[in-house]
Each structure stands twice: as C-alpha cells, then as structure tokens.
Write a protein that binds this ligand. Sequence first.
Ligand code: NI
Length: 529
Amino acid sequence: MHMNQRRRLVGAVLAVLVLGSCSFGSSDVAPQADSSTRPPATPTPSSGGTEPTPGDSDNSHEADADEIRTRTLTAIDPRYHATWPDIPGADPLNQALTEAVKAQVVDFVADLPEAAPDAAAAVPELNIGWHLIAESDTVVGVRLTSYLFAGAGGAERSRTWWFDRSTSELVDNSALSADPDKFARALAWTVRAPGVDRDLVRDSVADGLSDVSFTDSGALEVRFDEYAVAPGSSGVVTVRLSADLTTRLLTDFGGAARAAASVSPVDAEDDELVTPAPPQGDSATHGPDDSPSVEPNNPESGPESGESEHPGQSGPDAGPNPGSDREVDCSRLKCVALTFDDGPVADTERLLRKLRHLDAPATFFVLGQQAAVYPETLAKVARAGHEIGVHTWDHKQLTSLGGRDIRDEIVSSVREVRKATGVRPTLLRPPYGATGPRIDAITARLGLAQVLWNVDTRDWAVKSVNPIVREVRRSARRNSIVLMHDIHRTSVDAVPQVVRTLRNRGYTLVTVSQLLGDTTPGHRYYSGN
Ligand code: NI
C-alpha cells in the first residue's frame, strides 16, 4: 500500500531520464550545491515537471529511424546505473520498459538507508541492463536484468518483454503458450532444482511468468528468480522444455517469437566478429551534416543547436589523429587528460565532431554493453585517435562482486572493445571509482591499469555547462585526470569551453596513456606524476 504512495512521491522528484541523447536543456536541472552530503540522490524535475517520454530522446531531424537507441538513468550517489533500449516502431514496449526501470529506481532510492557512501566501500547499488532476445518484422523480445546489491549480497532478477509488431501490443510471457494448464504441467514436470515447489511453478503460470525466452535450438526456457519457486540456495531456477514439447505448446505468436529469437542479430554478430578487421575509413560516407557547424564560439550550444547526433551521419570525425600518436612530453608540458565514461551512445558522435574541431584528444572508458550496441561509433572513436579504456560490461560496482564476476565484467568488455576497434584496451576505470585489493589483484592479472580521476566535474549531477566549466577551471592542475560522461548532452555541450579554458591556462590536452606513460597493471592512477 505505501509502496504506491512512496512511488508517487519519489516519482515526483525522480528527475531526469538521462537519455543516451537526452533532450533536456542545460538549465533544466539545478546544480546540487554540496557533493558530499545526501541526498543528492534524486535530481530535481525537468522543466514543467513533465516526465520524459520514450520519444523524447531523438532530435527531430533524426535520419535513421531503424536504429535501436539506448537510454540511461544513472547516479553515483546513490549508486545506480540503468540502461535499456528504445526500439524503433515499438513504442508501447519502450514505454513499458521505461516505466519498469523507473519504478525500480524509485523503489531503490526510497529504500536506501541513511548512510554516507564511501567511495572505496561496496554500498547499496542497483544495476539494470538489457538484452535483445528476439527481433524480427513481427516480434521483439527484450530481457531486463536487475542486479540489486543491498550491502551484504547481490540478487539478480530478470524479466522478459514480448511485443507483437503487427498489433503493436505487448504480449504477456504466459500468453506465448496456447494452453496455460498444459504449459503449467509441462513446467512442473520438467523442473529440476533442489527443494523446488512444483505447486508454485504451476501457480506462476497463472500469476504471470516473469522470464520466458527461447534457446538457439528452439527450446522454451523459463527462469524463476531466486526464492520464487525454491529455496534461495537453489539460486535462479531455469526450466527448459524440449523443442518438440515447445512446438506443441506455442501460440502463433509464440511460434513467431521463437523464430525471431533464433535469428537474433545480436547473437549472430557475437559469433562472427571474434577477430575484427581493422576499421575502414568512412570518408566516402560524408553527408550534408559534415559542415563544421560545431562552434567553437557558442558557449550556449545546447540541444537546440541543431547538431545531428546520429551515428549514421559520419561527421569529420575520422580524420587524422587529434593527438594520441603525437609526441608529447608531460614532464615538460602542463598536461591534462579529459576522460568520458559510460558510452558509447549516439551522442558520442557529436562529441567526436567537437573534439575533432578542437583538435583535442580524449580518453573514453566504455561499457561493453554499449560497445555492443554502437560498435561503429566506437570504431570511429578509435580511428579519430582517442584512447579507449574499459568501464566493465554493465557498470556494476566491482567491490560488490565475487572474483569470477569481477573478471567476467572486465574480460567481456575488453573483448567487446577489441571486437569493435581491433585494439585491446589496457586501462580500466572501475564504475563509481569503487576499487579494492581484490580488484587490484585481478586487474594486475588481466594486464589492466586502473585509472581513477582527481577532477570530478560532477556533470552527472549538475547537467549544466557552466558548473562543469567552472569546476574544471577551479580544480584542474598539472597532470590532472578529469572525469566527464558523454551520456549527458550537457557534458558534450561543455567540451569546447572546457578545452578552451584549459588551453587558456597553458594546459596541453593528452590521452591518459600520454599522461601516464608506461603503466603498471593493477595499479591505481588518480593523476599523472
Ligand atoms: Ni560510470
């Protein structure tokens, strides 16, 4: 009962959907005055108190409507990071996903204990990621996976969403089968897990299954969250029906869903691109958007500036390196490294154009799951001469994970970057800056140095150009590493002023590797020497 009330309350102040390319003006969100006290948790509402709608991430001049975009809702304090897709032609699905994510974030924030987080310790955290589990002309399937770390242990929940393109309607998980009774019996008969309660399995079909998908071989798979049908010690319970049995159970839509699942383009891509070809130049694809419309003299450049942010429209971002292969001697020069986390997103392309016009190198700490969605954008980042490090697969707080999960988070993102760019990253930025002895040891074994920062622009909180520029002006020193995020439009907007401010003060912009020189795997670097 209170849950709904609380949800409404918190929802009223749940600020801003940080879209991969969000359309909020730079003045929409008031800066938080004090970065160290709570609760900065819930950003203030966007102008007019209107909540963003699923369509609002795109600029009106968007050219390629066929592309999945990603949306992000993120904060460092409290620690949450949610990413989900915006799929063309599937607005009801997009809306349902958005609502589901927001509800979880609101609940998470509402349930937080009152304790000041310590950057080094594992604190409560919510992480939401997604997978495209099926896609065809008629069907879309998406899985949202939520990882909640409450301070002691982590728990994962998952839910699948099915969408019928022909009717433009969501289809309930249980409704993939024609005969719920038969479906329930088949599940109860097939399930194998210690201590499983078959009655609960049967009931769950009537109550609504949360996760139904298909394997490559056409078997229907149901996942039950921890504790749903068996003791917690059994973990997530997965029931897989045989392909034959599946065939006999499915509705027409269920059959279309299974067909769509087996040709999931994401999976196909994964298999093909183990060793990437070196990226090709894309100078032949320059479009009308190439004109150097990017100031550098318009400090107010905002969402209304009309710049395209679409990855398909390659701007002049693929030219000569802006710096990473240049000789720079940071023992003689006043060097500063700009870093951008959490991408790539569609708007990363706009950032690349700005950096190109400014002739400024940067370092990108990217998420594996974002690299998987925007491999071409990431390849452009590499081609433009910027440095790429990893920021884990999906932005989980590494200090909350076991050794194997830590390793998986890192290795999968390294693989994805390598796949997209042909280059193996050697730098890791731990999400939230949360690291510790175990992470030191694992990154040492994996050959990655840890790159933290000593200038935090707090761009994720202020979402406004001027405070970002001010913070850089105030805090940057020789050999500083500056933390920014290219998932926020206002951060990208701020880049020309940030760069000019630093240069006016005699700083030379460099990549992190130029700043640090040879790095030692496992070590933590907060700045250059
Ligand atoms: Ni991050």
